[in-house]
Design a protein around this ligand. Structure first.
Ligand SMILES: [Zn+2]
Length: 502
């Protein structure tokens, strides 16, 4: 009898907690609707709103040009005046380069460098958005090479300032060396033999060195953010995971070695949770080798079963490439390579049997990482022309990410703002996008969620309170559920904000 009373009391408490939470959520949603006409109020709201995680961001593209300039000055690099760029020393005025320190006093050149390293003040009459965007990467490569840890610190701190605490960042440590091993090994149509040929002590050594490079970068990040001290930056609380970034615009034997190296990193370092293929999808080599590269990924990852695969696919549109190249990229990324996540997916409408493909993606739970500003700047696609609402209608899971926020001069909140404005999304829709970021993250462990409901030992617990013993045990056993629980707790705090009456 006593047990039944205790149970009833607990149930009543849980329901009361839930009712309070629903009321807070409804009030928050109402406030968000009420401020629809005010971009400044929406910006402030969305900066504070927990956004779950960032799954599609390139580390070097995340950095603002101002920081690259500061590092170039500190590291004694050079600036190139014509076609402004930061380059490695020695500086030689006869070759048009001089010490980057001049950027502290020459404001005109400083401004020209910032514009050149980003989309700030970009004009289509000078060069296309696509070309200017992709050209920036070569212009900050020199400072980026020396500042792996600094770059992680910058982006982790920025995400934390936006109340977001999970990051999967694409980075390429060791990839140049992996390509060299691939060039040495040469090509073979016998991929088993080719893999064996590449599994050398030199490759093992590269995996070890790269793991050490990540250790060093994290130590540097922790030092910059003063982690573990009373002055620790909130960025210390960001879980940082890595996606091994394969650069796809190289000869096939080199790309094969890169993909193999990525899978070895994933096996050897739990911080590396998956791989992705990057660089322009419309590059002549990307187009020529597209199917071969998808088969390589499928072969080396057991179609995504042995290693997590996320792929840029469908970052092409009518006019950029011949129509024949628009017909199969997303499908092959899913079917041949085993991608669990598709980056961009902008060109879905031109795929053969687009509806069938989207149905398959919905059934297989293949998520699309939507990068609204990047799509506009690179491909010129936005608003009604973007397939974001089509994916949602077809039941394909989606989340929002930034791609290259330093190049685009944006942040994650900006992308939430933009998508809410362009497609009339409400607060609950945005919560789903934020939750998707963690549901589809490559963190291991069971999820808190199934079919849109919280399930399992934490189902009745209030994220605002202390988890029950059973819930605690579940969270201890699942990295994914821990991140999700942290997000739900952040939502509870956020929704308890005393919003002014609309
Ligand atoms: Zn990207």
């Amino acid at each position: 009898m006593l047990r039944r009373i205790v149970f009833a009391a607990a149930l009543a408490l849980a329901l009361a907690g839930a009712t309070g939470a629903y009321a807070d959520q409804a009030r928050t949603a109402q406030y968000f609707d009420a401020i629809a006409a005010s971009p400044p109020l929406r910006t402030a709201f969305l900066r504070a709103m927990p956004k779950g995680g960032e799954l599609h961001v390139h580390l070097t593209g995340a950095i603002y040009a101002e920081n690259y300039i500061r590092w170039a000055v500190e590291d004694g690099l050079c600036v190139q005046r014509a076609a402004p760029a930061l380059v490695a020393p020695p500086c030689d005025p006869a070759q048009g380069t001089e010490p980057a320190a001049i950027l502290d006093t020459d404001r005109a050149l400083r401004n020209a460098v910032i514009d050149s390293l980003s989309m700030r003040n970009h004009s289509d009459t000078r060069d296309s958005g696509h070309d200017h965007f992709f050209a920036t990467f070569g212009k900050f490569n020199a400072p980026a090479r020396l500042r792996f840890g600094d770059m992680i610190a910058e982006y982790a701190a920025r995400l934390a300032a936006e109340n977001t605490f999970y990051l999967e960042v694409m980075a390429s440590p060791g990839m140049n060396e992996a390509r060299a091993l691939g060039a040495q090994a040469g090509w073979s149509e016998d991929w088993d033999a080719l893999r064996t040929r590449l599994l050398t002590p030199a490759m093992d050594n590269l995996v070890t060195l790269t793991r050490k490079a990540v250790d060093d970068a994290e130590a540097r990040k922790n030092a910059i953010l003063r982690c573990g001290t009373p002055q620790a930056d909130a960025g210390c609380k960001v879980t940082v995971r890595y996606l091994a970034q394969v650069i796809r615009t190289f000869p096939r034997e080199q790309v094969f070695a890169e993909i193999l190296f990525a899978t070895l990193q994933i096996k050897s370092d739990p911080r590396v949770v998956g791989l992705n293929l990057v660089a322009p999808e419309d590059d002549p080599i990307s187009l020529r080798d597209y199917t071969a590269q998808m088969r390589m990924v499928g072969f080396l990852t057991d179609t995504g079963r042995a290693s997590n695969v996320a792929l840029h696919a469908g970052e092409v549109v009518m006019g950029l490439v011949p129509p024949e190249d628009l017909r199969f990229h997303i499908r092959q990324a899913v079917e041949l390579a085993g991608a669990k996540r598709i980056g961009h997916g902008t060109g879905i409408a031109w795929e053969d049997d687009a509806a069938g493909l989207m149905t398959q993606m919905a059934q297989r739970n293949v998520l699309v990482e939507i990068n609204p500003t990047s799509s506009e700047q690179i491909l010129g696609v936005k608003g009604k022309d973007h397939p974001f609402p089509v994916y949602r209608r077809m039941g394909v899971p989606v989340m929002l990410s930034t791609d290259d926020p330093g190049v685009s001069r944006i942040d994650l909140s900006h992308e939430y703002q933009r998508i809410a404005r362009d497609y009339g999304l409400g607060y609950r829709d945005l919560k789903t996008l934020a939750r998707n970021a963690l549901e589809y993250a490559f963190t291991p462990g069971a999820s808190l969620w199934a079919g849109g409901q919280r399930v399992g030992p934490c189902a009745a617990d209030s994220p605002a309170g202390t988890p029950s013993a059973a819930c605690r045990a579940f969270l201890d056993g699942s990295e994914k559920a821990r991140e999700q629980w942290r997000l739900e707790a952040a939502f509870a705090r956020f929704e308890a904000t005393p919003w002014p009456a609309p």
